[in-house]
Design a protein around this ligand. Structure first.
Ligand code: TEU
Ligand code: CA
Length: 560
C-alpha cells in the first residue's frame, strides 16, 4: 500500500472558542493556542485541525462565515494566525483549516448583495425559489437546526435554501462563477502555507435538480430531504474540479465531513486515483445510539452494531481508500461518557476507547480534552447552554410540542453538542485555567480532578497513555498499514480484532463492559512470541487461549 505522511499522522482538533483564552475576555483565541503548542508536540501530535477562525457572527460558532479572508476578532488578527502557522511548522507539526463552503453566513457580502434584488450580480451565488401556490415553502425539507430549510426574503419575495440555520444560506454550486470564487479562496489559504483542509458537509454541495419534496411521516411537519442533497449527482465532478483547480500541486491533506456517506460512496471519494479527497468523516458509528427520531431519540449502543459498522469500513476501504478514525469532535458528546463509564471506570474506559480506536487502520483524530478524559456536562438550566442546535431543539420540544422539560433535558445531557464545547481544563485554578475572565460557556465542575496539569504529572494518566498509543503508531507499521479482521463477532462485551502486515500480527482485546469477562481466544490466532505492547491494567498479562478481562480492560499483543 502507498505510504503517505497523512496516513501516518495523528490529528488533534482544536475548537478555538473553548481551547485557551490568552486575553481574559472568556473566549479562546489564537495566541492562546500558541501557548499550548509545546503541550501538543509533547503529546505526539503531527497535524492540528483548526475549526473555523474566520470572521463570523457566531450563529453557529464560526460555521457561518461572513468573510473567508479575515480572522474573527474574538480570535485575534491575521498576524496572530500567521504567527500560529509559523510556530506550528517550527515544531514540525502541520496545520489544516476548516473549509465551510456548503453555505456562508447571511452576513457575508455576497448574500447581503444577493438578497437585494433578483437581478443582482450575486443572486445566483445562492439557491432561490418561489413559494408554492398554497403559500407553503418551495419544498418540504426541514433544516438541521429546526423549522423549514427555506427562509422568506421580503426584497425579492421568494425563499432561499438553508440546510442549517436561516443565517447559513446554502451556496449554489451549480454556478461556475461561485465555484471559481471558492477555488480562488482555497488557493489563497494554501499559498499562506497551510497543509490541507477539513471540509464541512462537503457531500451536501450537489443538490438533486428540481429540489423535489421528500417522503415524510404523517406526524412530521418537514422531511429530512437528505436523499436529495447528500452525495448528489454532481458531487464527484465538483470534487474532481476542486482538486484540479485548487488542491493540485500542493502536498496537502484533505478530509471531507460527510453525514450520510456509506462505504461504497466513500470508496469513490477516497480512491486516490479519482483525485477527489484522501479521507472522509463518516457517521455510521455515531448514529448507532440514535433511534428513528434522530440523535436526541436515545437508544443504548449494542456492541455488535459497532463491530459490524467499524468492520464494514475497515475491510471496505482497505487497499482502496483510507479511514478517518474518531469517536469525539465538536459535534459529538464526550466518548468516555457516551461509550465508557465516566463515574466508576473513568480512566480505564477512556484508555480502553483510545486503544480500540488507535489500533485500527486509518488516521486517528483526537478532539481537544479527549486526551485527559474530559466528560459530558449537565448544566442545571437550558440558559447555560450555548449551542443553536440544542436551544432550538429545547424550544421546539418544550414550547411547540409541549414535552416535559426534564425528559428533553435528558436527551440534551446525553447528546448535546455543548458536551464537547466546555472549556479545556488546563489546571485546578478558577475556570480550569482556561480564562482569567468569565468563560463564554461554563467550565465542567470536575476540572479540579480532570485537568491537563494533573495528567502531565501522573505517569498513569490518560494523557500519558495516549502518548504511548501515538508512539506505538510510529514504531509499528502494522498499526498504520496492516489489514483488519474482526474476531468474536457475536460477543456482546468484547471487541477483539486482529491486524496483520507481512508476518507481523497485532491482537487487540477491548472489554466495552463494566463486567469481568472470560474470553476464549479463537484457534486461528496463531501468534508466536506474543509481547504485550500496551494495556490499561497493571500486572503481567501473558497471552493465552483463555483470558480474563477486567471491566473496560484493553490489551494489545504483537507477535509473528
Ligand atoms: O456538521 C454537519 C452536521 O451534520 C452536524 O450538524 C451533525 O450532524 C450534527 O451536529 C449532529 O448533532 C458540520 C459542523 O461540524 C457543525 O458544527 C455545523 O453546525 C454544521 O456542519 C453546519 O456548518
Ligand atoms: Ca480571548
Amino acid at each position: 500500500m502507498e505510504r503517505n505522511w497523512w496516513k501516518e499522522s495523528v490529528v488533534y482538533q482544536i475548537y478555538p472558542r473553548s481551547f485557551n483564552d490568552s486575553n481574559g475576555d472568556g473566549i479562546g483565541d489564537i495566541p492562546g493556542i500558541i501557548e499550548k503548542l509545546d503541550y501538543l508536540k509533547y503529546l505526539g501530535i503531527d497535524v492540528i485541525w483548526l475549526s473555523p477562525v474566520y470572521q463570523s457572527p457566531n450563529d453557529d460558532n464560526g460555521y457561518d462565515i461572513s468573510h473567508y479572508d479575515q480572522i474573527m476578532e474574538d480570535f485575534g488578527t491575521m498576524e496572530d494566525w500567521e504567527h500560529l502557522l509559523a510556530e506550528v511548522h517550527n515544531r514540525g507539526m502541520k496545520l489544516i483549516m476548516d473549509l465551510v463552503v456548503n453555505h456562508t453566513s447571511d452576513e457575508h457580502g455576497w448574500f447581503q448583495e444577493a438578497k437585494k434584488s433578483k437581478d443582482n450580480k450575486y443572486r445566483e451565488y445562492y439557491i432561490w425559489r418561489s413559494g408554492k401556490e398554497d403559500g407553503k415553502e418551495p419544498n418540504n425539507w426541514g433544516a438541521t437546526f429546526g423549522g423549514s430549510a427555506w427562509e422568506y426574503n421580503e426584497e425579492t419575495e421568494d425563499y432561499y435554501l438553508h440546510l442549517f440555520s436561516p443565517k447559513q444560506p446554502d451556496l449554489n454550486w451549480e454556478n461556475p462563477e461561485l465555484r471559481e470564487e471558492i477555488y480562488t479562496m482555497m488557493r489563497k489559504w494554501l499559498d499562506r502555507g497551510i497543509d490541507g483542509f477539513r471540509m464541512d458537509v462537503i457531500n451536501f454541495i450537489s443538490k438533486t435538480p428540481g429540489l423535489p419534496d421528500a417522503p415524510k411521516e404523517e406526524d412530521e411537519t418537514y422531511a429530512s430531504g437528505g436523499q436529495f442533497f447528500m452525495n448528489g449527482p454532481r458531487i464527484h465532478e465538483f470534487l474532481q474540479e476542486m482538486n484540479e483547480k485548487a488542491l493540485k500541486g500542493y502536498d496537502v491533506m484533505t478530509v471531507g465531513e460527510m453525514p450520510g456517506v456509506d462505504v461504497e460512496e466513500a470508496k469513490k471519494y477516497t480512491d486516490l486515483n479519482r483525485n477527489e479527497l484522501q479521507m472522509v468523516f463518516q457517521f455510521e458509528h455515531m448514529d448507532l445510539d440514535s433511534g428513528p427520531g434522530g440523535k436526541f431519540d436515545l437508544k443504548p449502543l449494542d456492541l455488535r452494531d459497532l463491530k459490524k459498522s467499524i468492520s464494514r469500513w475497515q475491510t471496505g476501504l482497505n487497499g482502496i481508500g483510507w479511514n478517518s478514525l474518531y469517536l469525539n469532535n465538536h459535534d459529538q458528546p464526550r466518548v468516555v461518557s457516551r461509550f465508557g463509564d465516566d463515574k466508576n471506570y473513568h480512566d480505564e474506559s477512556a484508555k480502553m476507547l483510545g486503544t480500540f480506536l488507535h489500533m485500527l487502520q486509518g488516521t486517528p483524530y483526537i478532539y481537544q480534552g479527549e486526551e485527559i478524559g474530559m466528560t459530558n456536562i449537565k448544566f442545571d438550566s437550558i440558559e447555560d447552554y450555548r449551542d443553536i442546535e440544542t436551544i432550538n431543539y429545547y424550544n421546539e420540544q418544550v414550547y411547540e410540542k409541549g414535552r416535559d422539560k426534564n425528559e428533553v433535558m435528558e436527551s440534551i445531557y446525553v447528546k448535546g453538542r455543548d458536551n464537547a464545547r466546555t472549556p479545556v481544563q488546563w489546571d485546578d485554578s478558577p475556570h480550569a485555567g482556561f480564562t482569567t475572565g468569565e468563560p463564554w460557556i461554563k467550565v465542567n465542575d470536575n476540572y479540579e480532578t480532570i485537568n491537563a496539569e494533573k495528567a502531565l504529572q501522573d505517569e498513569e494518566s490518560i494523557f500519558h497513555y495516549y502518548r504511548k498509543l501515538i508512539q506505538l503508531r510510529k514504531e509499528h507499521d502494522v498499526i498504520v498499514y496492516g489489514d483488519y479482521e474482526l474476531l468474536l463477532p457475536e460477543d456482546e462485551k468484547v471487541f477483539a480484532y486482529k491486524r496483520r502486515l507481512d508476518d507481523d500480527i497485532l491482537f487487540v482485546l477491548t472489554n466495552f463492559s463494566d463486567e469481568t469477562v472470560e474470553v476464549n481466544v479463537p484457534e486461528n490466532i496463531e501468534i508466536n512470541q506474543p509481547e504485550l505492547l500496551i494495556g490499561n491494567y497493571k500486572g503481567e498479562k501473558q497471552f493465552n487461549s483463555k483470558t480474563t478481562l477486567q471491566p473496560y480492560e484493553a490489551r494489545v499483543y504483537k507477535g509473528k
